[in-house]
Design a protein around this ligand. Structure first.
Ligand code: CTP
Length: 399
């Protein structure tokens, strides 16, 4: 299976005659299962039409820092990307990137990403051999940018020499290589997300503050690492490309879905905030105010994770969460042992920027027989990456 499957690849197209070949690269990436997001510079639009790229890619072309839905499209693109490829990369783009200039959406995105970057230069031989271009490439290489060297061959205007854009298959192979084989390839990862809603009557529910963002970030990260992902969710965030969504509402529905999916689940991550109690009786009509405050009698919900832990299969990895306000580590440790977990993700939900509803989180990762790992405040995708790094480590067995 291609390392590209489920990966988000931002393809930057700059203004060179080889821009038309970017179309073929995008098509191949999509065929291999990648989610391809095209970004064009103004000059690229002199060479190919937006419509062509938009039609072939997974999302419409983006060109501007200013006219898109998001106020900060470059950071959104930079953070979403599993890899960025610039094809073709003109001398101008290489110079701007090496100098750290951010003049348009593409150069801003290149500076706003931590994902690997592949550049595919294409230009006339004289330009390709110019010391300024060579120096810029040397700087970029030093910073870890992958350069797909151009081929020799026919250039614009009928000249022949080095500087012709590398063949699409070489470019695709370079992107596959930089993404690695996918350390979760061939695994079924089941992730739950969001808070359950337990009905009181026909219109009212008992809910909690979970946004589902951490679970969705874990699903997206698992996909980008080659896993088959089932996302069991109570919320309506955009489903990560290639994830299978099972939409649920209550703890009871979540239990049915999780038990079914976990039969084939190699890794089960219970990121959902499952209600611990639900109303014992649910009124099938709207309870009227005039009848006075209702007395709601609660009963415990099934502990989904504890029951998975009680009958964990050999080779199955169970990950739980512990959202705490006091004695974080002691409570998380106790939960991990009580529920027979391989890993518990503990967060102090009273700390600033942590847990429920935030885009950031700070966690401690506890395992029964390995030292604790603490991740300071960062975006939820980075937390997801750290959690799955530990999952991979657990599955690789004792050292
Ligand atoms: N969980 C679950 N089913 C429930 C409740 C929780 O599967 N009915 C899972 C959550 O998804 C989470 C973990 O168990 O991964 C921690 O849940 P929590 O309610 O905090 O654990 P409890 O043992 O109920 O501890 P507490 O006393 O803090 O409520």
């Amino acid at each position: 299976m291609s390392a590209l499957r489920g990966r988000t690849i931002v393809v930057g197209v700059t203004g060179g005659i080889a821009a038309y070949k970017a179309v073929e690269v995008c098509r191949r990436l999509v065929d291999l299962g990648a989610h391809v997001v095209p970004v064009m510079t103004d000059a690229a639009e002199q060479f190919i039409g937006r419509t062509t790229l938009s039609a072939l890619c997974s999302e419409p072309v983006q060109t501007s820092l200013w006219d898109e839905v998001s106020p900060i499209p470059h950071t959104v693109l930079g953070q979403r990307a599993d890899a960025i490829v610039v094809v073709p990369a003109t001398a101008h783009l290489l110079g701007a990137y090496a100098a750290g200039l951010s003049t348009d959406l593409l150069t801003n995105t290149l500076l706003a990403t931590r994902a690997p970057v592949v550049v595919c230069p294409a230009m006339h031989t004289e330009m390709w051999e110019h010391p300024a271009v060579r120096d810029n490439l040397a700087v970029l290489r030093q910073r870890g940018v992958i350069v797909v060297e151009p081929d020799e061959g026919r250039l614009a205007g009928g000249d022949v020499g080095s500087g012709r854009l590398a063949a699409p298959e070489r470019i695709v192979a370079a992107i596959e290589a930089v993404l690695g084989s996918g350390d979760l390839a061939d695994l079924h990862v089941v992730v739950t997300a969001g808070g359950t809603r337990e009905p009181i009557d026909a219109v009212r529910v008992i809910a909690n503050r979970s946004s589902g963002k951490q679970g969705y970030a874990i699903a997206a990260e698992a996909l980008s690492r080659g896993a088959t992902v089932t996302l069991i969710s109570t919320v309506d965030l955009p489903t990560p490309t290639h994830a299978r969504l099972v939409r649920v509402e209550t703890a009871a529905q979540m239990q049915i879905a999780v038990e079914h999916e976990s039969e084939s689940g190699d890794v089960v991550v219970m990121a959902a905030a499952v209600a611990d109690f639900r109303p014992r009786a649910v009124a099938d009509h709207k309870i009227k105010k005039a009848d006075g405050p209702p007395e709601i009698v609660l009963e415990p919900t099934p502990d989904i994770l504890a029951s998975l832990g009680a009958r964990k299969r050999a080779g199955q990895t169970l990950v739980g969460f512990a959202a705490e306000t006091d004695d974080l580590i002691a409570h998380a440790e106790a939960k991990m042992r009580r529920k027979n977990l391989d890993l518990i993700v503990a967060n102090d939900v009273r700390a600033a920027g942590v847990g429920f509803q935030h885009d950031t989180n700070a966690v401690s990762l506890l395992r029964p027989d390995a030292p604790m790992v603490t991740i300071g405040l960062t975006d939820k995708r980075s937390i997801a990456r750290a959690i799955l790094d530990v999952v991979v480590d657990i599955r690789s067995g004792p050292k």
